[in-house]
Design a protein around this ligand. Structure first.
Ligand code: C2E
Ligand code: CA
Ligand code: CA
Length: 543
């Protein structure tokens, strides 16, 4: 049977009978957490299947019902169906999820509409948390005082209120600021330009703003995996759309409820301790004032699955980074840009430590920053991190930053010159040799031979070196005593300062013992390093 679109008068004449005979009924469309694949709820959508004309579409019949003040009656019918359905789930052990139903702006103006739904809910004894209410953004424009009142009333009763069709109106941002909604539904179909262009930018900023407002977002009308992945990439994991499921008749929806696991919607970000999200993001609040003026460079960012998103930076943050980057450039770029693998690992490790410790954790990392004005530079930032909130696997951090590039460079220069100095002195001053006990043979290093005239093989060590004058005679006894200690294995290493050569230049002479596999002393490695800058060791011949 094909569907024939009914005229306005046909709809009006058929309305009462359609309600009575359940030609008007409800389909359910799941809302899914794209990250976990679990169901977070469903939306009840009105359907009208006429026995003669077939399926009628909401976009056709709802405006007719609205125009003729029949919509409150139709919506109460839907609401009762939803309550009956939830009752069935509870009674028959079908896993229940919160189901949202649509409230038309005409319902808001209908006298005591909230009282009426409350009566139905109580009649079926449905826990209020299993029923959400969707109101459209446009209904909030205009008679906003009345809308606020109804919203308050619903909140007092415990209903979760979702703002439907966000992004379709002209004053979306103001509406969000003024109305206290619990969930935002962002309709992908309202976004011109697709996710690649302007549409993507708008969505990103809505998601970002929703985080500031502590309000979860559900993306509606998601048809492709590309759209879903994009939403996930900007931090929105809740989706509703044909990609997962079309609106389903009751029986099929029950199958879905049994197949798919469920989970509750988590708040966007739960700020830790006494930090109040509203005040924190309010440009006039004390918190903002402090953030902007009384701390050093600071940023707020989120971390999830290795991804960083900067939510907010203050003026001093921009100064610390240097390079004349403006806030927009900073927020737009991937914060990991400019980190090499090592520095990224250091930073991530610190993030994880801060998650574990709930305390301030610090790190120093190098990164490359680019700006249009200054080109490219490599800078070192000291970051003190503190976890200030979390929502599921998403963590929010407060970061204090300080640019320590010049300190680091100065330190590096010092270290480098020290390293060079030591290397040079080693080259000049260290002499080494090997002395085998059983044969009493000593093998000197090349420099011993070159600078000190030691022959390549010295037999009957150490006597020839006393004879040659390299070892001073007045150290004859103490030197033999030192060798005895090492040869007998009494010590494993020994050292003394000995003036060498006729010039009596003081050297640190050191022996290290090598034993055989039975522990018997085998040979010793000797070394002599010139004593640098220690006058108390230098012996003066004239003295
Ligand atoms: P809505 O509240 O924005 O509902 C979502 C609409 O998007 C539904 O259309 C749904 O079938 C459709 N949709 C969901 N996923 C996709 C998708 O991936 N692609 C596309 N192209 N569409 C998708 P439906 O059921 O035709 O309802 C249209 C509108 O009629 C609703 O928009 C709502 O404003 C109104 N409506 C539906 N049921 C009720 C009701 O019980 N009471 C009232 N007052 N209005 C209702
Ligand atoms: Ca809706
Ligand atoms: Ca919608």
């Amino acid at each position: 049977m094909g569907n024939i679109r009914m005229s306005e008068s046909e709809l009006l004449i058929g309305f009462e009978e359609a309600l009575e005979k359940d030609y008007i009924f409800v389909c359910y469309q799941p809302k899914i957490n794209h990250t976990t694949g679990r169901m977070i709820g469903a939306e009840a959508l009105m359907r009208w299947k006429d026995p003669e004309n077939g399926m009628q579409y909401p976009s056709d019949f709802i405006p007719v019902l609205e125009k003729n003040t029949l919509i409150p009656k139709a919506d109460l019918h839907v609401f009762e169906d939803v309550c009956k359905f939830q009752r069935k789930c509870l009674d028959e052990n079908i896993p229940a999820v919160p189901i949202s139903f649509n409230m038309s702006r005409y319902d808001i103006f209908h006298s005591d509409y909230v009282g009426k739904i409350e009566k139905i809910r109580q009649q079926y004894q449905i826990p209020v948390k299993l029923l959400h209410i969707e109101i459209t953004e446009s209904s909030a424009i205009g008679g906003s005082e009345l809308v606020s009142k109804v919203l308050n009333h619903l909140h007092v009763l415990g209903y979760v209120v979702e703002m439907d069709d966000f992004g379709s109106g002209y004053s979306s941002l103001n509406v969000l600021k003024d109305l206290d909604v619990d969930v935002i539904k962002l309709d992908m179909r309202f976004l011109s330009g697709g996710i690649g262009g302007r549409g993507g930018m708008i969505i990103s900023s809505v998601i970002q703003m929703s985080k500031w407002l502590d309000t979860p977002v559900i993306a509606e009308g998601v048809e492709t995996a590309e759209q879903a992945d994009f939403m996930k990439s900007i931090g929105c994991t809740y989706i509703q759309g044909y990609l997962y499921s079309k609106p389903l008749p009751e029986q099929e929806f029950i199958e879905k409820l049994r197949q798919i696991q469920h989970e509750p919607v988590s708040k966007a970000i739960n700020l830790i301790e006494s930090m109040d999200a509203g005040r924190f993001w309010n440009p006039q609040s004390l918190e903002t004032l402090i953030f902007n003026h009384y701390v050093g460079g600071a940023a707020i960012f989120t971390y999830q699955d290795g991804k960083l998103t900067i939510l907010r930076v203050n003026q001093k943050y921009q100064t610390e980074l240097g390079m004349n980057l403006c806030e927009k450039e900073i927020l737009k770029a991937d914060p990991w840009d400019g980190f090499d693998e090592h520095n990224k690992a250091v930073y991530e490790k610190t993030i994880k430590k801060a998650i574990q410790s709930h305390d301030e954790e610090s790190c120093e990392t190098w990164r490359t920053v680019c700006s249009k004005i200054c080109g490219e530079d490599r800078i070192c930032i000291r970051t003190d991190l503190r976890l200030i909130g979390r929502a599921g696997e998403e963590y929010i951090f407060y970061a204090m930053v300080r640019n320590i590039t010049s300190e680091k460079k100065r330190y590096a220069e010092l270290a480098e010159s020290e390293r060079r100095f030591r290397f040079a002195s080693e080259q000049v001053n260290i002499y080494a040799w090997e002395y085998e006990f059983s044969s009493r043979i000593m093998h000197p290093c090349f420099r011993c031979m070159r600078d000190l005239n030691v022959p390549p093989v010295v037999e009957n060590y150490p006597e020839p070196l006393f004879d040659s004058g390299l070892f001073p005679m007045d150290y004859y006894d103490s030197y033999h005593e030192m060798l005895r200690k090492i040869e007998t294995g009494e010590v494993d290493s020994i050292e003394a300062v000995i003036p060498l050569s006729v010039a009596r230049i003081p050297f640190h002479v050191r022996y290290t013992l090598e034993r055989d596999e039975n522990g018997k002393p085998l040979k010793a490695y000797g070394s002599a390093a010139m004593v640098v800058d220690t006058p108390e060791h230098s012996e003066n011949q004239e003295k």
